[in-house]
Design a protein around this ligand. Structure first.
Ligand code: MSP
Length: 518
């Protein structure tokens, strides 16, 4: 039986009381690019994102705002939903952990883990950081300002002593190591896989998974007074989103296990250690991949609320337009590594790759056609070797992009594509259709046809990263909406000679003028 073409990609669910910044937008953007690519490649895609709404941190913020926790969540969750609209994220569901289907799902996961004997009752005494929603051992703590004890993340910790249920994580050391050995690419980049393996090889302590000292969370089934540790609740969103506990449902059978959980490096341990252990303990399959991306700094500085240098994605898009922002974030930094957001680098990159390379190619091809071919797709003569070589080169990029996307090397996929943009520019420069106008109009028509075909193919392939500009470009080539997926590369979606084309207009404006204004 052929492998069903399905693809399930998730973002972390964002802390509902955070204000969306560039780091959040980055994680979701990467998933959006992967999801769009797979849809265009004929896959049935499920792309899940949402908000993480329980826990002590939210309870405290709600109290500070003078609201009941649910009312508080209802008020602020929309900020992340708004990001989907602004960034044109094509998520299939925006999940909120306060939704009834999720609460049911988290409770059922607990029941299964408990029924399989992996949970016991005890009491917890140790350090907890509300900001990180994480437990820390004494040896992990560092000295903060004024000699205060802090988590390694810099977050303050407090001593917690309360009755608690525990997950027998220590039993999962060997099964996890075996699982990693069977799936050497479970975590990417590879260096992060190694970190996870050595963490697990160093020994695992049982995990406190319920709290009794506050109320805002999913009630532990059959044990009144306990609420679930927020990470168990939060991680479960990935299976709620595909229909758990109904494991016989179409959604669950089609999409679980997930193909990629995209996460920042800071939350890798939760996804690559705890989550597969919970799932195996419940008799469910772990996800196929956890990809840990790097962190952004702002002009060389760590991004933090206290430094006041948080980059607001809404303002960025408002100032520069969406596509340059999407392209820069995905192209500038090797995906998986840390990167620096510098305005100068952003403008240089957007102008070089978008306005100059792709923009000029499209603009000069379309305007020469408008001027010299009566505004219609020209009729080509027989293709020469160099014509065919250009078109074949672009078609062959799809296989390369697929291979890069399968290991989430998004920057390499874009690099491969932009090599073809350069090849198309070099072709136009070498063929000099403007010079052929008088000497050989037939050849000019062929060259312009080939250039237009090149632009069409490049436009189809660039849709995942710069969807708006490519929609406009493909409109300008009168490519029907249903002929814009990857099945229409090759000759299948070929432009029909004689098709009238609308007046061309630029798709990637230069950003120079804006530079001074920000
Ligand atoms: N609620 C948890 C996730 C639960 S998933 C079951 C959480 N939320 S978060 O809102 O704090 O972070 C969400 C994502 O944003 C993480 O993947 C994190 O790495 C990412 N980023 C936050 N700041 C970032 C940068 N400065 N740069 C890049 N990404 C960063 O953790």
């Amino acid at each position: 039986m052929p492998t069903p073409k399905r693809y399930y990609v998730t973002t972390p669910i964002y802390y509902v009381n955070d204000v969306p910044h560039i780091g959040h937008a980055y994680t979701t953007l990467a998933c959006d690019v992967l999801a769009r690519f797979k849809r265009l490649d004929g896959y049935q895609v499920m792309f899940l994102t949402g908000t993480d709404e329980h826990g002590q941190k939210v309870e405290k913020s709600a109290a500070a705002a003078g609201l009941a926790p649910q009312a508080f969540c209802d008020r602020v969750s929309g900020r992340f939903r708004a990001l989907l609209e602004t960034m044109h994220f094509s998520a299939d569901r925006f999940i909120r952990t306060t939704e009834p289907d999720h609460i049911r799902s988290a409770q059922e996961l607990w029941r299964r883990i408990e029924a399989n004997g992996h949970i016991y009752e005890g009491s917890y005494a140790g350090w907890y950081s509300v900001r990180d929603e994480a437990f820390y051992s004494e040896s992990e703590l560092v000295e903060g300002e004024g000699g205060q004890k802090c988590a390694p993340t810099g977050a303050p910790v407090e001593w917690v002593e309360e009755p608690s249920f525990f997950f027998r994580l220590s039993d999962w050391q060997q099964p996890l190591l075996d699982f990693y050995a069977r799936h050497p690419d479970f975590v990417l980049p590879q260096a992060r896989m190694n970190e996870v393996k050595s963490f697990v090889a160093g020994g695992l302590r049982d995990l406190s998974i319920s709290r009794t000292s506050f109320r805002w969370g999913v009630p532990v089934p059959d044990h009144p007074g306990h609420i679930m540790y927020v990470w168990i609740d939060a991680l479960t969103n990935y299976i709620t989103g595909v229909g758990f506990p109904d494991t016989a449902s179409d959604a669950f059978r089609t999409f679980w296990p997930a193909d990629v959980h995209m996460v920042g490096k800071d939350i890798l341990r939760f996804h690559a250690v705890y989550w597969p252990a919970f799932l195996m303990a419940a008799g469910l399959e772990p996800p196929r991949r956890v990809f840990a991306h790097g962190w952004w700094t702002n002009e060389g500085q760590k991004i933090s609320k206290s430094l006041g240098n948080v980059i607001d994605p809404f303002a960025l898009v408002e100032t520069y337009g969406l596509d340059p922002v999407r392209y820069f974030l995905m192209r500038e930094v090797p995906f998986g590594q840390d990167g620096d957001f510098s305005r100068a680098a952003f403008i240089t990159r957007a102008n070089a790759d978008l306005a100059n390379d792709f923009g000029n190619l499209a603009q000069r091809t379309l305007s020469m056609i408008a001027k010299n071919c009566g505004g219609q797709v020209p009729k080509p003569g027989a293709l020469q070797e160099e014509d065919q070589a250009l078109l074949d080169g672009i078609d062959a990029t799809l296989a390369r992009m697929r291979a890069h996307f399968d290991v989430q090397a998004i920057h390499l996929a874009l690099e491969a594509l932009w090599k073809q943009v350069a090849a198309a520019n070099a072709y136009v420069a070498a063929m000099a259709p403007w010079a052929l106008r008088k000497t050989d109009p037939e050849r000019m028509a062929t060259v312009l046809y080939v250039a237009a075909e090149a632009v069409r193919k490049l436009g189809i392939l660039a849709q995942p990263v710069t969807p708006d500009a490519m929609t406009s470009l493909l409109d300008q080539l009168a490519v029907p909406k249903q002929a814009r997926n990857f099945a229409h590369l090759g000759t299948r979606g070929r432009l029909a000679p004689g098709t009238p084309l609308p007046q061309p207009r630029g798709v990637f404006p230069r950003l120079q003028a804006l530079e001074e204004s920000v």
